[in-house]
Design a protein around this ligand. Structure first.
Ligand code: 5AD
Ligand code: SF4
Length: 441
């Protein structure tokens, strides 16, 4: 029997990619994608647990879906963290599957749908981050249309061996493991043959990637540069230790590799960075930034910052503020510290009051709003090479796309330009989050 399924995704790009792989596996098993969750028989919530709030959202969502009488599965990081406990919180949940067990979903679903209603398994739990994942290369046919055919995520490594004090990820996504280069290149070739123009390579700390014979990440970039039909290569997330001369040389030699790096800094205070176990200090971080910007002054940098980490003083916070200014981030994501069970930081007192975390969050956001605008104003009058994505989300009468620096560029549509084409846009207007201009023929 074929079920109509829907997958609801929380969290990072890794989860977006995992959801797509699960969708592809379910489609291969004969199930069909529903229009939305209302008309689905099976709904899977792919969850995040990086902060307590993220986990609560997923659990709340699952509760509502169960009440609506669907077959419901909780997948991803929150499922892995909660394990057996998930069924105490959600007694009617049908199945829970951790990030490394997602490939089991089609078989689990088969158990539910093939058994007569009275003989269905009551519940299935598939967790354990020790196993190697499978099905990482499953992609939906481009014809399905539900995932952008212009861009695609490609998982190059799973898990994480960094032990940042605050982070739950290593315990839910397991040890670091890199896919073989040959497999990744074959996958990207296959995507490019289907019309995908841009790939984003995913790993928790992607610059730690090691390919055949221990070759470092820049070698993979050089291999992908040769893939016919592919126009752009992005990757995320990065650590300053990986910003080597070898990486910069790959940027220089590979025009397809986009000039943007998401380089989470987390804090600008050496004391806090040390407690976090980040393995760089402020000076080393800023040195990586300086080398990237010396190579290309327009090189775009984005970051993640945590405010209210245990023991973060006003002085530590001001150090973060000044680092963000010195680094000149093009965009920043600010997170309020949330203690995660089992992490080293959770042993420390969560001593910054909620109101103070909120204040620091707002201050950094306001700083970034101003800085983003300033940085974008410098691009007014310049020509951006924009990969067209189609009608803009905010204003359907305009089209949008991104430049090499991942900046969103909005422009009035012109005849003869279709989704996936690269156009040159002259920037006329700058805002903190977008550039506006017109296509130059
Ligand atoms: N509390 C708040 N933010 C966190 N992040 C990771 N763990 C926590 C936590 N316990 C943030 C980091 C990371 C981003 C994905 O989430 O900034 O880069
Ligand atoms: Fe992604 Fe981390 Fe959330 Fe898991 S816990 S979905 S790895 S952000």
């Amino acid at each position: 029997m074929s079920l109509r399924f829907h997958i609801h995704t929380y969290g990072c790009q890794m989860n977006v990619r995992d959801s797509e792989a699960v969708a592809a596996m379910l489609a291969a098993a004969g199930h069909v994608r529903a229009e939305g969750e209302e008309d689905a028989d099976l709904v899977i919530v792919n969850s995040c647990t990086v902060r307590q709030k993220a986990e609560e959202k997923a659990v709340g969502k699952v509760g509502n879906l169960i009440a609506a009488g669907k077959i419901v599965g909780l997948a991803g990081c929150a499922a892995e963290r909660m394990g057996e406990e998930v069924f105490r919180r959600l007694p009617k949940l049908h199945f829970a599957v951790g990030p490394r067990q997602l490939w089991r979903i089609p078989a689990i679903v088969a158990e539910f749908e093939s058994a007569p209603p009275g003989r269905r398994p009551r519940r299935v739990l598939a967790v354990g981050a020790g196993e190697l994942p499978r099905g990482l290369d499953a992609h939906l046919a481009a014809a399905d249309g539900s995932f952008a055919a212009v861009q695609s995520y490609v998982t190059v490594m799973v898990g994480c061996d960094n032990r940042c004090s605050y982070c739950i990820v290593p315990s839910v996504r397991g040890r670091e493991w890199c896919r073989p280069e040959t497999e990744i290149v074959a996958e990207v070739k296959c995507l490019a043959a289907r019309g995908v123009k841009e790939v984003c390579l995913l790993g928790q700390s992607v610059l730690r990637y090691r390919g055949d014979g221990g070759r470092a990440f820049p070698h993979l970039l050089r291999e992908l540069q040769e893939v016919e039909g592919l126009e752009r290569i992005r990757f995320t997330s990065a650590h300053p230790a990986g910003c080597t001369e070898e990486l910069i040389a790959a940027y220089r030699d590979c025009p397809k590799v986009c000039r943007h790096l998401h380089l989470p800094v987390q804090s600008g205070s050496d004391r806090i960075l040390k407690s976090m176990g980040r393995r760089y200090d402020r000076a080393e971080y800023l040195d990586a930034v300086a080398r990237l910007r010396a190579f290309d002054p327009e090189f775009a940098l984005t970051t993640d910052v945590i405010v209210g980490y245990p023991g973060e003083t006003d002085e530590d916070f001001e150090a973060t503020r000044s680092l963000m200014e010195e680094a000149g981030f093009d965009n920043a994501f600010v997170f309020k510290y949330s203690p995660r069970p089992g992490t080293r930081a959770a042993e420390m007192a969560d001593d910054v009051p909620a109101a103070e975390k909120e204040r620091r969050d707002q201050v950094l956001l306001a700083d970034q709003e101003r800085r983003g605008l300033e940085r974008n104003l410098r691009l007014v009058g310049s020509l951006r090479a924009v990969l067209t994505e189609g009608p803009s989300k905010r204003n359907r009468e305009r089209w949008s796309g991104r430049d090499s620096g991942n900046r969103i560029v909005v422009f009035p549509p012109v005849d003869g330009v279709s989704v996936g084409d690269e156009v040159k846009v002259r920037v006329a207007e700058a805002h903190a989050q977008i550039l506006v201009g017109e296509v130059v023929k």
